[in-house]
Design a protein around this ligand. Structure first.
Ligand code: MOS
Length: 763
């Protein structure tokens, strides 16, 4: 918390408690309104037509058959669509290219028409009647295709320090290997939906978005209308995992359909469309070179990556950036290249970039540990940095050593016999593997508003969304504690652009940003109550300042004499007020790493840059970090792989709610198991069509694949953030895939450098 001087003192301690999700009953009874649940009077339904080639042009597109089909209200193609603007550039890069611009096809599955009809079935049926003819070109689909355009250092975050060649030359042991990760698709359970309704130039949209303000900006620019006339609502979203961060073309098309037929329109994507329309984790080919002394000190790290991006897109997904801050190492190069392919736009997928980059780095370190004959935990401890390795600034807080040590203890790492293939249980080979994990610090500006009403209840609100992570719950705890109210006396409003500005529920950054704003608004509100009574001769609180009071159950009381005080409701009543309202905001700490990426100014930290950073900043804000320990069992005859135990020890800064934070970690661990063992979006090499775009063919981890998951939090409130959190949305996934691959090597002696680790790779 901020300095105690300016803090009201709450009597109860709600923060940290594992309070059940406040929105749980709404969700399990079906009462939580998801975007697809909204039905408006006169509403029509849209269905989208997708390209069946990956590159080329539409030579002919006949609207006639669809227009003649029953119930059809409009068929819109590039030939009759108005010209749409492109949404705003964000920290994630340019907005995806606007839909229905012209006859060009940039990827298989690109939307080429929207059909609107009286019912969803009529729209879907008529959409099948739109069958464009194409002049197909040979698509560029492979990272190694010589025709592919290469973007070097696309976000200006390639890092360099020291002298790599000198570091490698001085090393006693060097290691080099190539690692690959496949494309993964986010696949939130809730199909993305948009309900759009216009009144003149005023637009209201219910949308599956993680970032209502971004969707609002994109819609306003697309249609050339003022932002204040566009309202985007997303109070509940059926999961996102990053797929709701960008303002996707289907959202624009739903609003376009509604504008054309002058009626509200609902659009729900199909599961196959979710594979081409709302982003994915791009595949990577990565190369890692390491050099170390005999006693394991890293002298050189080189980490390079190639990953695809769609045509005319520049999705931000730094794969190797995390490596630059992972370990103390004087000589380092990290380098990312983006390769332009005829693929759908990628986007963030839980721990974007870090999920893939950490797999390569932590696999390589494991390989190095065997070359050195050194315990993998010790190798990481030896190289743990007490300062931010790129700037030399001390970390705001980083309990990485505790993560390793407590993780090893909880897991029973000391029982591991170092030799590969040396541990057995009957027919099963047993393997122990581990990995370190860090996530960059990210926080964006945020605003919130808090009111207390004549009945003594509070209403706290902001535009940020709860994508299932527990934001309603933890913000209610934070507001209730700060205001000295019971949680059932606090109502929280989220996911609505009519509420104060909030950044995306992404980058593990919303809890810190929104928490800071909610906290600031609540502190200011208490302050405003005190201002009311400061000179009020009737008040027992006369003359009190924040440091003189304690808050308890809706009552402000003097700390030196708790019998003297009065309730919020009583103060409002005596002053004839219906409510008091206060605003609060929060800003990122200086040195926020992704803010640096965004500004693209100080990111190439040469000698002078580093000196300048040191001169202006005291600490480097540290993101969450952790250590992952995994036990696997492998049946070498059948190629069966089972993950049997996982221990995650996480420094997430201050944990606002032990239960929802734990849920974030366990959910992400499941995603990590999926990444390691199952998930792979397969693009047909000839046509660019995604060949497994259903839940029947795209495998995800299911209950039977998930072992006991031990989650333990360490660390302290992080001083870089006023409420001390680091954000735990993504750190749970980072490190799981390499820890599993490392355990597989320990069990079998077989190193798998390409995910997913399927049966064929173990036989
Ligand atoms: Mo997260 S992938 O930034 O929603």
């Amino acid at each position: 918390m901020t300095s105690a001087m300016n803090e009201p003192r709450p009597a109860g301690v709600l923060i940290g408690q594992g309070l059940d999700r406040l929105d749980g009953p709404l969700k399990v009874t079906g009462a939580a309104p998801y975007p697809s649940d909204f039905d408006l009077p006169g509403m029509a339904y849209a269905s989208l037509v997708r390209s069946t080639i990956a590159s080329g042009r539409i030579s002919r597109i006949d609207r006639g058959p669809a227009e003649a089909a029953p119930g059809v209200l409009a068929v819109v193609t590039h030939e009759n669509a108005p010209k749409l603007g492109r949404g705003p550039k964000t920290i994630l890069g340019a907005a995806p290219p606007p839909p229905l611009r012209d006859d060009r096809i940039l990827h298989h599955g690109q939307f080429v028409a929207v059909v609107v009809a009286e019912t969803a079935e009529q729209a879907a049926e008529a959409a099948r009647l739109v069958q464009p003819e194409y002049d197909a070109a040979d698509p560029v689909l492979d990272l190694a295709d010589p025709r592919a355009k290469v973007r070097d250092d696309p976000w200006h975050v390639d890092m360099r320090r020291g002298n790599l060649d000198a570091g490698l030359a001085a090393a006693d042991v060097t290691f080099q290997a190539t690692y690959t990760t496949p494309e993964n698709t986010n696949n939130p359970l809730g199909l993305f939906a948009t309900v759009a309704a216009w009144e003149g130039d005023t637009l209201t949209v219910h949308d599956s978005t993680q970032w209502p303000y971004n969707t609002r900006g994109a819609l306003a620019r697309s249609f050339g209308v003022p932002e204040r006339g566009v309202r985007v609502l997303a109070p509940f979203v059926g999961g996102g995992f990053g797929s709701g961060l960008r303002a996707w073309p289907h959202v624009i098309l739903a609003a376009l359909a509604a504008r054309i037929i002058e009626r509200p329109v609902k659009l729900v994507l199909t599961r196959p469309q979710m594979f081409t329309a709302v982003g994915h984790r791009p595949n990577t080919v990565q190369n890692v070179r390491l050099g170390a002394t005999r006693d394991g000190r890293l002298l050189a790290i080189e980490h390079t990556s190639d990953s695809p991006v769609a045509m005319e897109d520049d999705n931000l997904e730094p794969i190797t950036l995390g490596t630059s801050t992972a370990y103390a190492c004087p000589n380092l190069i990290t380098r990312d290249r983006q390769i332009r392919l005829n693929v759908p736009c990628p986007g963030s997928m839980r721990a974007p970039g870090e999920a893939q980059g950490n797999f390569a780095l932590e696999s390589a370190l494991d390989e190095l540990s065997y070359d050195l004959g050194m315990d993998p935990v010790r190798l990481r401890l030896v190289n743990e940095s007490t300062v931010h390795p790129q700037t030399g600034l001390p970390w705001s807080s980083r309990a990485m050593r505790e993560c390793y040590l407590q993780g090893a203890e909880r897991f029973g790492w000391s029982l591991r016999s170092p030799e590969p293939r040396s541990m057995r249980d009957g027919d099963w080979l047993v393997g122990y593997g581990m990995a370190g994990a860090s996530f960059l610090h990210y926080q964006a500006k945020c605003q919130a508003r808090a009111s207390i009403d004549r009945d003594g209840t509070a209403y706290v609100r902001s535009a940020g969304t709860d994508i299932g992570t527990g934001t309603y719950t933890v913000m209610t705890q934070l507001a209730a504690e700060t205001l000295g109210l019971r949680t059932d006396r606090v109502r929280l409003g989220l996911g609505d652009t009519d509420l104060p500005m909030a950044p995306q529920a992404g980058g593990s950054g919303l809890t810190g940003a929104l928490g800071g704003a909610v906290h600031a608004a609540c502190v200011r509100l208490v302050h405003d109550f005190l201002r009311l009574v400061r000179n009020d001769p009737e008040s027992p609180l006369r003359g009190c300042d924040l440091e003189d009071i304690t808050l308890h159950d809706g009552r402000i009381q003097r700390t030196d004499d708790p019998t003297r005080g009065e309730t919020y409701a009583g103060i409002l009543a005596r002053h004839g007020l219906e409510e008091l309202t206060a605003d609060g905001d929060s800003s990122p700490p200086r040195g926020d790493m992704i803010a640096l990426v965004g500004s693209m100014v100080t990111s190439r930290l040469g000698r002078f840059g580093r000196a300048a950073v040191r001169a202006t900043r005291a600490v480097a804000p540290a993101g969450a970090c952790g250590a992952k320990f995994v036990e696997v069992r492998v049946d070498p005859d059948l190629g069966l792989l089972r993950v049997t135990r996982i221990v995650s020890v996480i420094d997430g800064g201050r944990i606002l709610n032990e239960k929802t934070a734990r849920s974030q970690i366990t959910g992400a661990v499941v995603g990590g198991i999926g990444m390691a063992m199952f998930e792979e979006t397969i693009t047909d090499a000839g046509t660019g069509r995604i060949a497994n775009a259903t839940f029947g063919d795209y495998l995800i981890a299911v209950n039977a694949d998930i072992p006991e998951m031990d989650v333990h939090f360490v660390g302290e409130p992080d001083p870089a953030n006023p409420i001390g959190t680091k954000g735990v949305g993504e750190i749970g996934l980072v490190g799981i895939a390499p820890a599993i691959a490392n355990a597989v090597y320990h069990a079998t002696g077989r190193r798998v450098r390409s995910l997913p680790i399927t049966i064929d790779r173990l036989l």
